[in-house]
Ligand binder design. Structure first.
Ligand SMILES: [Zn+2]
Length: 293
């Protein structure tokens, strides 16, 4: 499923741009949305030549183009342009939207946006719709896009605030494929932590061994559960983890390692190194006996 962007997220009037508070809020919101789309969701953005022209050409050329001190241009090149999916809207009319959306700017922009949404109706695609600041606070819970020529309507999945993207992240995007993917998997741990707890705070620092990464590479079915339990363990101190009925963290005398449970019969082994840092050692899926290890 692709993302559609509310023009209010990308376009700003000169007046609002010249107000430092409004400018900073606008840029922060745009930057955060693009970061989630590019880094956490890894999805495409619906786009068209017409909208592209609105961004760069007079008379509606965006004020942020003139301000080379700001950070947004490199962010656009890194996180926006590589993810675009261009739709041909040359023969498409503008559709309607209810309730009315806030469009502050030149009509060209709102018409181009509504043409793009009509194209999505024609394709019967589902779409996320990431809202700018005005529309995220103005709507009644859903926007419906419809036209006179197509039987269907679309109600995009609304993203009101950038971190709402986290509700739609896919664990497979972060799953390690080989030993080079340690950093990718750690990002996934952060993403899931933020999704569940709205912050990224751990009670313990941690490291991941190559053997642990190899075990994860072989795992296809239990991924959500594994990453959730890792996050839970990292947010707990040792006593909390020991008393937690899901984790059942325990010390194994024979191997001088610790383990906690992912689910009934799957476990993660770790040991404690440098000042309480956790080193994840192995993941044992169901059927692999670790007793006595
Ligand atoms: Zn239509």
């Amino acid at each position: 499923m692709n993302a559609s962007l509310d023009p209010d997220l990308l376009f700003i009037s000169d007046d609002n741009w010249n107000n430092p508070n409004k400018r900073d809020t606008f840029l922060g919101n745009l930057k955060d949305n693009l970061e989630y789309i590019d880094e956490y969701l890894k999805i495409r953005i619906n786009w068209s030549d017409e909208l592209e022209a609105c961004l760069w050409n007079a008379p509606v050329k965006q004020p942020w183009h003139r301000d080379y001190k700001n950070q947004i241009i490199p962010i656009m090149y890194r996180r926006f342009y590589p993810n675009l999916e261009y739709k041909d809207i040359s023969n498409v009319s503008a559709c309607n939207v209810e309730p009315t959306m806030y469009f502050e700017f030149d009509d060209n922009i709102s018409i181009s946006f509504l043409k793009l949404m009509h194209k999505i109706i024609i394709e019967s695609s589902d779409s996320y719709l990431s809202l700018g600041l005005h529309n995220s606070s103005n709507h009644n819970g859903q926007f419906t896009f419809f036209c006179c020529c197509c039987p269907n309507r679309i109600e995009p999945v609304l993203i009101n605030k950038p971190n709402e993207w986290l509700n739609y992240i896919n664990v497979d995007n972060y799953w390690p494929i080989n030993r080079n993917d340690k950093g990718k998997f750690k990002k996934g741990i952060n993403a899931f932590c933020f999704k569940e707890y709205q912050d990224i705070k751990f009670a313990n620092e941690y490291e991941i061994s190559n053997a642990f990464l190899d075990d994860l590479c072989r795992e296809n079915t239990n991924r959500d559960n594994i990453i959730q339990k890792i996050v839970k363990r990292l947010r707990s101190n040792h006593n909390e983890a020991r008393l937690d009925r899901n984790l059942r963290d325990e010390y194994i005398e024979q191997s001088q390692e610790y383990r906690f449970y992912v689910d009934y019969n799957t476990r993660i082994h770790y040991k404690i190194i440098n000042n309480g840092k956790l080193l994840f050692l192995r993941y044992y899926p169901q059927g692999h006996h670790d007793d006595g290890l």
